[in-house]
Design a protein. Structure first.
Length: 271
């Protein structure tokens, strides 16, 4: 037995894996373990102190961040569809803005498109309605003109309110004109010209006796005025389409609150 002990000691001494540097890999030294445990304790204490110092609001935000990231990385189907349609609308509106500025492909026709847009402004229509109302001598004519004036005023107020709520900018950075500021038509959604011409065309088709060619020209005029606003870069396609829808709804509203001939005569006498 005593002879075997020196042999085993000599074998352990000659074994390379029994050296200190290799023993530290297989069996970490107590000093290393103590240093690691102390560093872990210090880091945990520092983290606890930092968590105590942070506000509850910040803790709540840090807990919500993973959920927000998941929502951004995994959007809903409705969100994807809405963003896709919005991107298509912006892209097509910019492509159709051929008269947005002088450097555009149809920049030379910009003045003519602006002239077409003036026929759909609210100020010329209100002024023309007031002039016709003063010169009108029949009760039926005054009744129609008073309700037309009511429809024009309602159109300006409703469109201005909707635009203030939406606050959507146009596809191009174009400043509104003087008449646009007078009618509070400063934003893109919905298109004020489109709603006005849709309401006027439906109003005239219902309350005026017109030949078929004039009725067709009236509808074509409304479509041209509406989409001319896309050509000059003031509105998106969806702004114009929604303007047509709101114009029809405004016509239905005027039909519901239609003023009778007696009411119109009373208002004219007060005026």
């Amino acid at each position: 037995m005593p002879a075997s002990q020196p042999r085993s000691r000599a074998r352990d001494r000659n074994n390379v894996l029994n050296r200190a540097e290799f023993l530290s890999l297989n069996q970490p030294l107590k000093g290393n373990q103590e240093s690691r445990s102390s560093s872990r304790k210090q880091s945990s204490q520092a983290g606890a102190a930092g968590a105590q110092n942070t506000n509850p609001k910040e803790r709540r935000q840090s807990q919500q961040l993973p959920e927000e990231d998941c929502m951004q990385l995994n959007p809903s189907f409705k969100g994807i569809a809405f963003n896709s349609l919005l991107a298509i609308d912006i892209c097509m509106s910019k492509r159709l803005g051929v008269c947005a500025n002088r450097a555009s492909s149809w920049g030379g026709a910009r003045s003519m498109i602006n002239l077409l847009g003036i026929t759909g402004h609210g100020i010329p229509w209100i002024a023309g309605t007031l002039i016709c109302l003063v010169k009108s001598s029949t009760l039926a004519g005054q009744e129609v003109l008073m309700n037309l004036l009511l429809a024009l005023l309602l159109d300006i107020m409703i469109v201005a309110g909707l635009q203030k709520l939406a606050k959507r900018k146009g596809p191009y950075d174009i400043n509104p004109g003087l008449l646009d500021y007078l009618t509070m038509d400063t934003y893109a959604f919905p298109a004020g010209h489109a709603s006005r011409v849709a309401m006027l065309s439906k109003f005239f088709l219902n309350h005026l006796v017109l030949a078929i060619p004039l009725r067709i020209l009236l509808v074509l005029w409304a479509l041209c005025v509406g989409f001319s606003r896309v050509m000059i870069g003031r509105h998106h396609i969806t702004d114009v389409l929604s303007g047509f829808v709101f114009g029809y709804l405004q016509f239905r509203l005027v039909e519901l609150i239609w003023m009778s001939s007696n009411t119109c005569q009373m208002l004219i006498s007060i005026w």
